[in-house]
Design a protein around this ligand. Structure first.
Ligand SMILES: Cc1cc2nc3c(=O)[nH]c(=O)nc-3n(C[C@H](O)[C@H](O)[C@H](O)COP(=O)(O)OP(=O)(O)OC[C@H]3O[C@@H](n4cnc5c(N)ncnc54)[C@H](O)[C@@H]3O)c2cc1C
Ligand code: SF4
Length: 524
């Protein structure tokens, strides 16, 4: 007889972890299944070589690309999921992202819910994940009922100078909303020490607002919540009708065991949840569980992303760089009526990390020197849902990820805009014209597109919608085809928008949590 729970949640990242916390006070028996373990707290947490070059915490798994070539995904199987490593830029989607938007490369489809339905949950997620920001600066910000719970993380001098330059050029630069437990007014008491190893690293002092710290650990304080680590879910079993999930098969301690629950929630990340449903094919679901529409695994999106290093003669001594954003081109411009996307920063790059990405070395520079002198931009544009961009399984059950980038023209134009803006910076006091003027004659601007293995922003593979013919989940994120199966990770996105996805995944998990509380009863 399988161990029985009220709710089983598979995966402890942004979606699963947040849902667990929402359901915890209900008193219902909740089981969290996580294929990874806790990230050990050790000095290597903040060692760029260990983290970025040796991949100490990265998933040890090989996928395939569409040509059958090995793919080593940049993803993390740990308690808290990818939020343990994220840069914690916690954006709301724009209000318009919930509607249909015309892009140069095609149509970004509408969501089955409106922004207003998610708005209170965004507010709650911002509180839960300690978001620091300032409303009203970003011209594309959607309406919000309350201010951010914490003041914005301040710019360091080089970033403030750039912000001032952008403002002088008529843009509306803003403070990126970030989830770090930083108290700048009281540094001695602040949990966050504002270090240079945040984006891409786990936080050694537990001051990053990740799903383990903010959701899973608090949920586990409730006696009715249990976490099993190193517990990889292999497949879901259904009853003879195929309408109800009756068993969750877990690989653990070298064997397999089965657990069951009234409600089962997949939250393995968009790629792994799709793979799990495909692996759970059976007589009633020959193409994969919940897949009568055929959309499971399809419409994979991950954004069109670039990291761009603007290098100048003056060093950039910034420690915590991810504080500045520009969304003036998000929906287009006077001369380009299509969305272009979002400009912000990655964490400050260092020589070791650059070795892992191996960018072209600028003549006369070493990687270390380049890193000391670079402003490290992160540009995101929306990619569109193409049914042929998809997750499938090979004969051995391994993940195959097929992806052809699309909608790239807007991204190219965004890069061109940034290049143009960088040539117009104020003259440097030390080098004068030699430093900034003619940036691209004397200074260097190196661009690198994120490769396929960079699946950080994965979404879209189990889309929600009203029509069971074109979506796998209903607007409550319940599988159309089943009575008791839900999905709350990034899979549900029908479109990817062009801001980072995690806050939307968290807010949606809270929304689905409220739906589940009504369904399972218990204290709210
Ligand atoms: C370096 C980096 C930087 C990022 N920066 C940002 C940022 O600044 N802002 C932002 O919004 N987003 C950022 N992201 C993306 C963000 O982390 C993800 O969008 C978010 O974590 C996705 O949430 P999720 O619930 O869909 O999946 P995840 O958080 O990935 O959680 C999935 C969980 O499921 C577990 N799992 C998978 N398969 C199974 C299985 N079969 N059985 C049991 N457990 C399983 C995994 O181990 C994992 O714990 C970043 C990501 C990375 C890697
Ligand atoms: S900046 Fe703050 S939250 Fe981020 S890793 Fe450093 S101490 Fe942790």
């Amino acid at each position: 007889m399988a161990d029985r729970y009220d709710v089983i949640i598979i995966g402890t990242g942004a979606g699963g972890g947040t849902l667990a916390l929402r359901l915890a006070p209900s008193g219902k028996r909740i089981l969290l299944l996580e294929r990874g373990d806790y990230v050990p707290r050790e000095k290597a947490n903040w060692d760029p070589r260990a983290v970025n070059v040796e991949g100490r915490y990265a998933a040890k798994e090989t996928w395939r690309d569409r040509d059958g070539k090995d793919l080593h995904p940049h993803t993390n199987y740990v308690v808290g999921g990818n939020t343990k490593f994220y840069g914690a830029a916690l954006f709301r989607l724009r209000r318009e992202d919930f509607g249909e938007l015309k892009h140069h490369g095609g149509i970004s489809p509408a969501w089955p819910i409106e922004y207003e339905e998610l708005e209170p949950y965004y507010t709650e997620a911002e509180r839960l994940y300690h978001v620091h920001g300032r409303r009203g600066e970003d011209p594309t910000d959607p309406p919000a009922g309350v201010p951010y719970p914490h003041p914005p993380v301040s710019h360091e001098p080089r970033i403030q100078q750039l912000s001032d330059d952008f403002a002088r050029l008529g843009l509306k630069p803003f403070h990126v909303p970030v989830g770090v437990m930083l108290d700048e007014a009281n540094p001695r008491a602040s949990a966050c020490i504002r270090c240079n190893t945040c984006d891409g690293f786990p936080c050694l002092v537990n001051a990053k607002s990740d799903a383990q710290t903010c959701a899973v650990d608090p949920a586990l304080r409730y006696a009715n919540v249990t976490l099993m680590t190193n517990a990889r879910v292999e497949r879901l079993k259904t009853d003879a009708s195929g309408r109800t999930v009756t068993g969750v098969v877990v690989a653990r301690d070298g064997g397999t065991e089965e657990v069951s629950a009234d409600v089962v929630v997949a939250s393995c990340g968009a790629i792994n949840s799709a793979a799990l449903l495909l692996r759970s094919a059976g007589d009633r679901h020959p193409n994969g569980l919940a897949n009568s529409s055929g959309v499971v695994g399809r419409h994979y999106m991950g954004h069109v992303n670039s990291v761009l290093m603007a290098i100048s003669k003056c060093p950039n001594p910034t420690v915590f760089q991810k504080t500045l954003g520009v969304n003036d081109f998000y929906f287009g411009s006077k001369d380009w009526p299509y969305p272009m996307g979002h400009i912000s920063f990655v964490g400050k790059l260092d020589g070791e990390t650059l070795k892992a990405g191996a960018p072209a070395i600028a003549p006369g520079w070493t990687l270390d020197l380049m890193a000391k002198h670079s402003l490290d931009f992160w540009l995101t544009s929306e990619d569109l849902p193409d049914p042929d961009n998809r997750v499938t399984l090979d004969r051995e059950g391994r993940i195959v990820l097929a992806y052809k980038p699309n909608n790239e023209e807007g991204h190219k134009r965004l890069i061109a805009r940034l290049k143009d803006l960088m040539t117009q910076q104020t003259k440097c006091k030390v080098h004068g014209h030699e430093c900034h003027e003619g940036l691209f004659a004397r200074n260097l601007f190196l661009g690198q597109r994120i490769p396929l293995a960079g699946v950080a922003h994965q979404n879209g593979t189990i889309r929600f919608g009203r029509d069971p013919k074109t979506s796998a989940l209903d607007p409550n994120c319940k599988a159309h085809d089943l009575n008791n199966l839900y999905v709350v990770d990034g899979s549900f996105f029908p479109s990817s928008a062009a801001v980072n996805p995690a806050l939307t995944i968290m807010a949606n998990a809270l929304r689905v949590g409220d739906h589940l509380l009504k369904r399972i009863g218990g204290k709210a």
